[in-house]
Design a protein around this ligand. Structure first.
Ligand SMILES: [Zn+2]
Length: 432
């Protein structure tokens, strides 16, 4: 088939998607209405499984096997694994078989969402899936149930129009991306066929993400001596002993921001100089005001763009804590404990000149009428598991607002465009 014929097929498929967008919106709403906080993905996966079954894509459910995963260099125990294990937390995989001789692709999206807390901030039920002013509202609407619906609908558009692809399309919906994706995309890489490319429709407002951050969690614990508050001088206040540690972490954060830069992470002017961050996310000490707390802990996330290894970053944090402790007599004798838990992801980057990335870029330009930017490197993405495995992969998806916050919404027009971009990518990458 000539390039012109492929082009006209892509246009007619894009028109079909646009004309049938109600079905795409309804599928997104259906998915949003099934709560699926990381660890509780079963019900929504059942819904996806049913959808892929109707489309004759031979869907299967794959429960992660942590024993098999443990020896992998990118394995870590995710916080939802620690809380729920991997029982009844399936990934779903289906396949649209090609006629042969074409390049294969994987369409991959996560179905887990973050907690909607604090609930009292939401103006609507976070699981409503209501359509308001051209947006679908709800936790996970943008991140990333709209993307999941868009990729399924792109395949359906080809089927309904009797277009056969040459290459195979793997369709997978995965668990626990928000937690690190170990039981999700990483596990699927160990059991599913390797494809020639992967398309992940995370919400990017149709920009193209070619990199992700390394992300790690660490906890620092200081120990004190409990006492009655009236005789506090008989004790040692572990919370107060945390103050110089927190100051040292803040200084490290500022020093890193001043010295580390990464162009894809800073393509948005508001991100200038913010390619790396250390966030103190949790502080815990004591249980009531009349006792001197005997221990205090803080939990932090460090994010870093490509360029540093996990080991280098860990050493920097541990040194900063140790140096701060050296300056305090009590902390010198009773050194704070640093432990690493949860997220332990390596960063990744893909050359934007990669053929697949360039193809998607052209498709976004054709569908959306504007040139996408290359972005990425400030947040973790499970796309890294494809790239580390030698598969070119990027994220490109709809416009979402307030993801991980209250009143999350996703813009319907860009869901439609995402589905059109994916369909066009399938036609041009896999061949027809
Ligand atoms: Zn996401």
């Amino acid at each position: 088939m000539t390039k012109e014929q492929r082009e006209s097929t892509a246009i007619s498929i894009a028109n079909w998607i646009s004309e049938n967008q109600v079905t795409l919106v309804n599928l997104t709403q259906d998915l949003v209405r099934i709560p699926s906080i990381s660890g509780e993905e079963y019900e929504v996966q059942k819904r996806v499984h049913k959808e892929l079954g109707r489309m004759d894509l031979n869907p299967e459910m794959f429960n992660p096997d942590d024993k098999k995963l443990r020896s992998h260099k990118d394995f870590f125990e995710t916080t939802s694994f620690i809380k729920y294990g991997y029982e009844d937390r399936p990934n779903v995989g289906g396949i649209l078989k090609g006629t042969g001789d074409g390049r294969s692709i994987c369409l991959s999206g996560h179905v887990d969402v973050v907690s909607p807390e604090p609930l009292n901030k939401w103006t609507r039920n976070p699981w409503s899936g209501d359509v308001v002013d051209g947006n679908i509202h709800g936790r996970g609407a943008g991140d990333m149930k709209a993307g999941v619906a868009a990729m399924i609908f792109a395949v359906r558009a080809l089927q309904e129009n009797d277009i056969s692809l040459k290459g195979d399309v793997q369709i997978e919906t995965t668990i626990e991306e928000e937690d690190g994706g170990v039981g999700g995309v990483l596990y699927m890489r160990t059991i599913r066929p390797k494809t020639d490319a992967a398309f992940v429709p995370e919400p990017t407002n149709l920009e193209i993400t070619v990199a992700s951050a390394g992300v790690m969690y660490f906890r620092v614990t200081t120990l004190g001596v409990p006492a009655h508050a009236a005789t506090a001088h008989f004790g040692v206040n572990a919370a107060q002993k945390m103050i110089p540690i927190m100051e040292a972490i803040q200084k490290l954060h500022e020093m890193r921001q001043a010295t580390i830069s990464y162009s894809f992470a800073e393509s948005d002017p508001k991100m200038k100089g913010k390619a790396t961050t250390i966030n103190i996310g949790v502080i815990r000490a004591g249980d009531w005001p009349s006792t001197v707390p005997g221990s205090c802990s803080i939990e932090c996330r460090i994010g870093f763009p490509p360029g540093e290894s996990r080991e280098e970053v860990m050493l920097q944090v541990e040194n900063a804590v140790r140096n701060a402790a050296e300056a305090d007599e009590w902390l010198r004798e009773n050194p704070p404990i640093v432990d690493w838990f949860g997220w332990k992801a390596r960063p990744h980057e893909l050359d934007p000149n990669n053929e697949f990335v360039q193809l998607v870029k052209q498709n976004v330009k054709d569908i959306a009428g504007r040139e996408p930017m290359f972005v990425g490197g400030s947040a973790g993405l499970d796309t890294r598991f494809f790239v580390h495995n030698g598969v070119p992969a990027m994220t490109c998806g709809p416009l979402a607002e307030r993801i991980h916050s209250f009143d999350e919404v996703v813009d319907i027009q860009t869901i439609v465009m995402t589905s059109q971009v994916i369909a066009k990518t399938l036609i041009n990458w896999c061949g027809i």
